[in-house]
Design a protein around this ligand. Structure first.
Ligand SMILES: Nc1ncnc2c1ncn2[C@@H]1O[C@H](COP(=O)(O)OP(=O)(O)OP(=O)(O)O)[C@@H](O)[C@H]1O
Ligand SMILES: [Mg+2]
Length: 490
């Protein structure tokens, strides 16, 4: 019974809606409102259907409607195949066309036996509210129409299903972005994030890598847990280690693994805490906030101010000259800690914060305590295991007769993965796998030799110091005097 009724009413109401849209285009405003009112009255008199609108833009700042975008994705995937008029919206990854429903097009969907209709409409171009949007074209809105007997099913279950599926499609398809903050206007600029690093290509201890991947995965699945304990859904990672050990590469691998955007925050370009706060609020969820070389970004090593706010005032006592103070950014440790503690991240949902440093010992312990930086990850020199990953990346090999020699050398040297990678990279077309591996062996042996020499020199210097400490005072004095006399003569 219902489908026929639906079809009957559908054609009638659909006809009225199209008539209304057409009439709105040509009639003067007063007449348009009148016609609109009567058409609406007629429709509600005969129509057993309920209608819900989902506008393209919402709120005072006319932000893109979250529900609208999710519906668009859902319809594009699920019912666009039955639509007769499509529009090619954009080009994804510069490769494929993304097709979606065209304006004033209608499609039907079915959910647990209930039929619904989706109609894509535009706000009347002559309506005064259009100018508010600042767009050249009037904004669109979807209307969902369904029979009132399915009210509960649609409102409580179908809409949720559409939004969830639409959001999942969006997160799978979206192009990820790398944001950087602009010093002049203090806002985010972005480019498409296309860093190829993955955990597979990351050279590091296998167990450690697996542990980090599990940690990240667990974090993304713990929405309810964070809500239950009343904490912002965020996790802080501190990556530390010498230059060239893969800290920045690890961040890209994390972003690719989680499908997150990256916000690379340059703290020295932020003038004050107000700007910092604004930047942080403007970041979206499902993102990694990166603050590289934290020890160089701010003087984070200073002591806290005494007293005031029972020690909660974490302003930094910077040990800078007046001139330096003026020049430096006013962003304080207090501003940063507030953010890390969740005040600002609470408004953005699921986020990861990564700090990197070459000098763990230079950081204020308050900044890196667990809870702020939940996981400390040491990125260190290349091991034999890590070398094998790099050899696979750069030379496409899993084994070689020279591996044994290389393995022994890695036990006795501290070479960074960046240097290993540099040695493995063929410098010309005629450099084959063997040449590259021999280059690496040569570099490792030179490094081993250098380290041996340095150790010998240090041992000599130590022995001399000990000998001096053991000798009587008059002897040390005369040795010092002879040394200075020799210097003068030279
Ligand atoms: N663990 C690693 N796995 C794979 N490649 C690596 C690794 N470490 C370094 N590399 C290579 O070396 C280059 C430099 O590494 P990266 O920039 O990640 O080092 P970093 O630890 O961030 O150094 P810095 O402290 O100077 O910022 C990378 O582009 C990458 O090619
Ligand atoms: Mg780096």
């Amino acid at each position: 019974m219902f489908p026929e009724m639906f079809a009957h009413y559908g054609s009638m109401i659909g006809g009225l809606m199209v008539l209304r849209a057409m009439v709105q285009q040509y009639l003067p405003a007063q007449l348009r409102n009148l016609v609109d009112r009567y058409v609406h009255k007629w429709m509600s008199l005969f129509d057993p259907h309920i209608q819900i609108s989902f506008p393209e833009f919402t709120g005072q700042r006319m932000r893109s409607g979250e529900a609208y975008t999710a519906i668009e994705n859902y319809l594009t995937k699920n019912v666009t195949s039955v639509a007769k008029r499509l529009k090619a919206d954009s080009v994804k990854d510069s490769r494929s066309l993304v097709l979606s429903m065209d304006d004033y097009e209608e499609v039907t969907d079915e959910y647990k036996g209930a039929k619904v209709r989706w109609f894509l409409n535009r706000v009347s171009s002559k309506s005064s509210s259009v100018s508010m949007y600042g767009a050249t074209e009037p904004p669109r809105y979807y209307t969902l129409t369904f029979h009132r007997k399915n009210r509960e099913l649609i409102m409580q279950s179908y809409i949720r299903h559409v939004l969830t599926e639409g959001k999942a499609i969006a997160s799978k398809n979206r192009q990820r972005k790398l944001y950087t903050n602009d010093a002049l206007y203090s806002r985010w600029n972005h480019v498409v994030f296309e860093h190829p690093a993955t955990f597979e290509t990351l050279a590091m201890d296998l167990d450690k890598k697996r542990e980090i991947m599990n940690d990240l995965m667990k974090f993304t699945q713990r929405k309810e847990y964070y809500a239950k304990i009343g904490k912002a859904w965020k996790r802080g990672y501190l990556l530390y280690g010498p230059p060239g050990t893969g800290k920045s590469t690890m961040i890209s691998a994390m972003a690719n693994f989680l499908n997150y955007d990256v916000y690379d925050l340059e703290l020295t370009a932020v003038k004050n805490n107000t700007e910092l706060r604004r930047l942080l609020i403007e970041t979206s969820s499902k993102s990694i906030m990166v603050i590289e070389d934290i020890d160089c970004s701010l003087d984070l090593t200073g002591q806290r101010k005494e007293g005031g706010d029972d020690g909660k005032d974490k302003s930094l006592v910077k040990k800078l000259t007046l001139k330096e103070k003026k020049k430096s950014s006013e962003v304080t440790l207090s501003g940063l800690l507030n953010f890390i503690d969740g005040i600002w991240s609470a408004c953005g949902g699921e986020r990861i914060i990564v700090f990197t440093t070459n000098h763990l010992d230079k950081l204020d312990p308050a900044l890196i305590r667990r809870g702020r930086m939940d996981k400390h990850i040491e990125m260190s020199y290349c091991s034999y295991e890590a070398f094998k990953v790099l050899a696979r990346n750069y030379l496409n090999i899993d084994d070689h007769p020279l591996y044994e020699t290389i393995g022994l050398l890695f036990d006795k040297t501290n070479m960074t993965p960046a240097d290993v990678a540099e040695n493995l990279m063929p410098k010309s077309d005629d450099e084959d796998v063997e040449v590259c591996l021999r280059n690496l062996i040569q570099a490792l042996e030179a490094m081993k030799e250098k380290a041996k020499k340095k150790a010998e020199e240090e041992a000599q210097a130590k022995a001399m110091r000990e000998r001096q400490e053991k000798s009587p005072k008059w002897w040390r004095m005369s040795e010092k005097w002879a040394g200075s006399l020799l210097k003068k003569r030279r």
